[in-house]
Structure formats: structure tokens, C-alpha cells
Design a protein around this ligand. Structure first.
Ligand SMILES: [Zn+2]
Length: 220
């Protein structure tokens, strides 16, 4: 499970400053894993989770997906983020992995829950035994939203000094716990991309100049 810092470069061809770009393949090479196929998701801010195996075509982005699961060794699952939350899943019992790109829209579509459900259905994963990692994201301290968010996430919007703030990470944690994941098995790095914009890309802070970071998980 690896999360690449801003320093390594921009993993998006669509966003950010082009001269800082790094390809997914270069990243694997630098990690000493040049031969590993990498699954890239289209990330449409939806709730769809795809199952990846040795037969899945990985030369193009997998259309329509914001989540993926696999039990195939040596395939790297990846998501690109800047403020959205990368969520990484591991089932040590059945040796299976999952990944989610959780922005507010895909969170509304229950992407974290959907990954748990997909791992249950495909690999017989027991939610309470899953290990879940949460990467850097825009946190409540910096995630100001309009009051409409209260409608979508009544339990995860706080009001402070007449402003509303959304707890994206907390909302995903609640979704996981409601799906049976044990709170003690959720490992949150606690990093806010906006507060620590020197090291992490933040769309909120950098707008169109923000590149994308890569989070990956691979079974050995
Ligand atoms: Zn912050």
C-alpha cells in the first residue's frame, strides 16, 4: 500500500501543470516493480466497483468505475486524487484487496460500502476482519460547503461561525462501520491536503494548477 506524495509528480494528464507529469508506468519502475500491470479507473464520481482479474484488459482506464477489487497477485489497483479520499482495503484471510476513490459524490453513492459488499460477494470477505487505510484528503478543517450538503450528509456536516464544513473522512468511516468494518481496523493517516499543500496536491487550494497523487495497493 503506497501513496505517492506531490514531490513525485503529477499522475494526471488532464489536470495540473504538465511539466511535472509522471506516468503510472514510471511510478512502478521507480518502485522497482516495472512489470506489474496497473489498473486505472475512469473515476466518474459514481458508486461502481469493478472486479479485476488476470483477464481484465488494463491498457485503458476502466470505464465508469470509482472502485475496484481483486484477488489476483501482482496487479496494482490505483486511484488518483487531490482532496478526494483514497480508501484502500485488504482482506488478510482471503488475500484480496480493494480500492476506492471517495469524493463527496462517490461517497454519496456509497463507494466505500460498495467495495466492502463486492469483497464479501466475490471473496467471502468478513467485513469485521478487513483492514482499511485512508489516505490524505481535504478534511473538515478546510472543507467548507454550502448548506445543501446537510441534505446529503446530515451526520457529517458541522456548522461553525455561520459556515458549514463537511467531514468526508468521517462520513466514509461511518459508511464502513455500518457495513461491518471494525473501527479499530480503520487506519487513517489524518493528513489534510489543504493544510499540508506543500506536500500534497489540493484542488481546493490550487484550483486548476492542482495535479493528482496516486494511491496504490497490490497483492504479493
Ligand atoms: Zn485542513
Amino acid at each position: 500500500m503506497i501513496i505517492a506524495l506531490k514531490e513525485l509528480g503529477n499522475f494526471s494528464v488532464l489536470h495540473g501543470i504538465s511539466d511535472r507529469q509522471i506516468s503510472h508506468e514510471d511510478f512502478l519502475k521507480r518502485m522497482g516493480n516495472a512489470a506489474a500491470p496497473i489498473a486505472r479507473l475512469e473515476q466518474v464520481h459514481g458508486g461502481k466497483v469493478v472486479k479485476i482479474d488476470a483477464k481484465t484488459a488494463l491498457s485503458e482506464e476502466i470505464p465508469g468505475a470509482d472502485g475496484a477489487i481483486t484477488d489476483a497477485k501482482g496487479i496494482t489497483l490505483s486511484v488518483r486524487t487531490a482532496d478526494c479520499l483514497p480508501v484502500l482495503f485488504y482482506d488478510p484471510e482471503h488475500h484480496a484487496a480493494g480500492i476506492a476513490h471517495a469524493g463527496w459524490k462517490s461517497t454519496r453513492e456509497k463507494i466505500s460500502k460498495n467495495v466492502v459488499e463486492a469483497m464479501k460477494a466475490n471473496y467471502k470477505s468478513v467485513p469485521s476482519r478487513l483492514l482499511v487505510g485512508m489516505g490524505p484528503a481535504l478534511r473538515q478543517c478546510c472543507y467548507e460547503v454550502n448548506s445543501e450538503f446537510l441534505m446529503h450528509f446530515p451526520d457529517s456536516v458541522v456548522k461553525m461561525a455561520h459556515k458549514h464544513y463537511f467531514d468526508l473522512v468521517g462520513e466514509n468511516a461511518e459508511q464502513l462501520i455500518a457495513s461491518g468494518v471494525s473501527a479499530k481496523n480503520i487506519f487513517d493517516c489524518g493528513i489534510c491536503t489543504s493544510c499540508r499543500n506543500g506536500e500534497f496536491f489540493s484542488f481546493r487550494k490550487e484550483k486548476d494548477k492542482a495535479g493528482r497523487m496516486l494511491s496504490v495497493i497490490m497483492l504479493k
